[in-house]
Design a protein around this ligand. Structure first.
Ligand SMILES: [Ca+2]
Length: 336
């Protein structure tokens, strides 16, 4: 019964969830998960052995959970190349339309107002900038409104034990799911989230929850769906990765022409600002650091080029994408 309901919800939310993935193009009709005999697989047997020996789970419990895990073909297709990767031309504008629409910016402003006290506490305690916490929570889940309706057990079992490009990562997350449920006394059967196993308002996979989750509203529960707890998570994450409060994140630049191909753009490679200026790339606002990432957002008929500071790199450590970091930055600017 629960499964039927969830599949119904999945049907109506699939469109929304898909908008959060940069790789997916048009959403296709969702396929419900189906029963699958995980226990027949040698690697599942090995996994259970490891969990029993190294992490002291009961064999009977492990076998029971695995025998109830289902196969989610739709989730698997996203990691085996069956989902068509869209053309990068105009991809930023498509992303912007979904993540940075007027309604989201309005939600961001309201969120900042409604949670100002908690945001201020996080800012002071962790030495971060609250506007970027607001940005993170907008991009990740539109302030808890889109958190996904895939059962985590099925999504992670599927991705951990079927060939796909991130199998190793998902196998580790599957292990972390068991550990997290035991540590936090949560029910492994009733966790729902994204097709990639991420849960709650800032879409944390199990390993991230184990590392960063905090009880920031003081109710005794570390709750990934609670907005105040998630403010704490993001502040802690930013602090842990080295955020410098008040330092530059990104500024727009001017360059000649519509398309930019002169230098490699990436949120991983830094140039000296002097060198960039020599190459005709001029920041239109005060930058204030001697080195910069050169960042490109690709629109339908032109490129925008930005200089990114060290803080920009921290945004992309949560999700390895320039567009992702830029979307957070733009929300942060809008709620200043
Ligand atoms: Ca809490």
């Amino acid at each position: 019964m629960i499964l039927l309901n969830m599949n119904y919800i999945k049907l109506i939310t699939a469109t929304l969830i898909t908008t959060f993935t940069l790789n997916a193009t048009e959403p296709k009709a969702p396929t419900p998960p189906v029963p699958y005999d995980y226990l027949k697989k040698t690697e599942v047997k090995k996994f259970i052995d490891m969990m029993v020996k190294r992490n002291h789970f009961k064999r009977s419990y492990m076998e029971e959970v695995l025998s109830n895990a289902m196969l989610d073909k739709e989730t698997l297709d996203r990691y085996t190349g069956k989902y068509k990767v869209g053309s990068t031309n105009g991809s930023w504008e498509r992303y912007k339309d979904h993540v940075l629409d007027d309604a989201t910016i309005q939600l961001a402003k309201e969120f900042k107002q409604n949670y100002y006290k908690t945001l201020k506490r996080a800012e002071d305690e962790y030495g971060v900038d609250m506007d970027y916490i607001v940005g993170f929570m907008g991009v990740e889940s539109k302030y808890g409104t889109y958190t996904g309706n895939y059962r985590i057990l099925d999504a992670l079992a599927t991705l951990a034990f079927h060939k796909n490009r991130m199998k190793k990562f998902f196998k580790s997350e599957f292990k972390n799911l068991f550990l997290l449920m035991r540590e936090e006394n949560r029910d492994i059967y009733s966790q729902y989230g994204s097709f990639a196993g991420a849960m709650g308002a800032v879409q944390q996979v199990p390993s991230v929850q184990r590392k960063f989750m905090v009880d920031y509203n003081g109710d005794g529960v570390k709750d990934p769906w609670d907005l105040e707890d998630c403010i704490g998570v993001i502040a802690r994450f930013m602090h842990n990765k080295g955020w410098v409060k008040g330092a530059v994140v990104a500024v727009p630049t001017n360059f000649k022409g519509k398309r930019f191909t002169k230098l490699k753009t990436s949120h991983k490679k830094m140039y000296s600002v002097t060198y960039l200026k020599k190459k005709g790339i001029v920041p239109t606002e005060y930058f204030g650091e001697s080195k910069a990432y050169l960042l490109k957002t690709r629109n339908r008929d032109h490129d925008d080029i930005w200089m990114g500071g060290r803080n920009f790199r921290i945004l992309t450590k949560y999700n390895n994408s320039t567009s992702y970091g830029m979307a957070i930055h733009i929300i942060a600017q809008a709620v200043k």
